[in-house]
Design a protein around this ligand. Structure first.
Ligand SMILES: NC(=O)c1ccc[n+]([C@@H]2O[C@H](COP(=O)([O-])OP(=O)(O)OC[C@H]3O[C@@H](n4cnc5c(N)ncnc54)[C@H](OP(=O)(O)O)[C@@H]3O)[C@@H](O)[C@H]2O)c1
Length: 161
């Protein structure tokens, strides 16, 4: 199963606000995100899940939290106490890929531990205000396989070398 990070990053590497808000509203990127992830398992940190308020349609949710009593309020949502267990569970789902949705804490650990195979990054054309950043990653470890220019951003497809 291919493990794919999907994220939108402002020019200054901001991905979100401390209160959970996304600092921008780019409809075309949301549509790209929805189309790309639809039908596949999605793994995310508890904070990102909480900000959604309810599960996204058509995608199996895997939530990571250190809280052994965390209640996702939706019985179909799976909860694990570390990233590796969540990824192991994803492997049991008969799909050829899964998406890692963030947020900042999850991206940092996934990159440090070398747990992702690919990244689909929407590089936004502007800087944004926010406290949560995408980690600086070692570009020499990744090859760019495709680029897709849109009105306010460019989608860059990365594959682990
Ligand atoms: N631009 C984008 O594409 C994008 C995508 C996703 C999110 N975001 C933004 O990112 C922000 C959220 O990111 P964040 O860094 O604050 O939070 P996060 O990564 O979504 O979630 C952090 C939480 O995940 C759990 N966690 C993290 N590492 C863990 C581990 N090793 N084992 C067990 N549990 C672990 C902990 O939950 P507990 O506290 O429950 O233990 C932790 O508090 C928001 O602003 C959101 O809008 C942006």
């Amino acid at each position: 199963m291919r493990r794919i990070i999907i994220v939108a990053i402002a020019k200054n590497f901001v991905i979100g606000r401390a209160n959970g808000d996304m600092p921008w509203d780019v409809k075309e990127d949301f549509e790209h995100f929805k189309k790309t992830t639809m039908g596949y398992p999605i793994l995310m940190g508890r904070k990102t899940y909480n900000y959604f308020q309810k599960p996204l349609k058509g995608r199996e949710h895997i939530i990571i939290t250190r809280d052994p009593n965390f209640d996702p309020h939706f019985p179909e949502v799976k909860v694990f106490n570390n990233i590796e267990e969540g990824l192991k569970y994803a492997e049991t789902i008969p799909k050829d890929r899964m998406f890692i949705l963030g947020g900042g804490e999850i991206f940092k650990q996934v990159l440090e531990k070398d747990l992702a195979d690919e990244m689909i990054i929407s590089h936004l054309d502007f800087e944004a205000e926010g406290e949560v950043h995408f980690p600086k990653f070692d570009e020499s470890k990744w090859e760019i396989t495709d680029r897709d220019r849109r009105a306010q951003f460019e989608i860059v497809y990365y594959k682990k070398k």
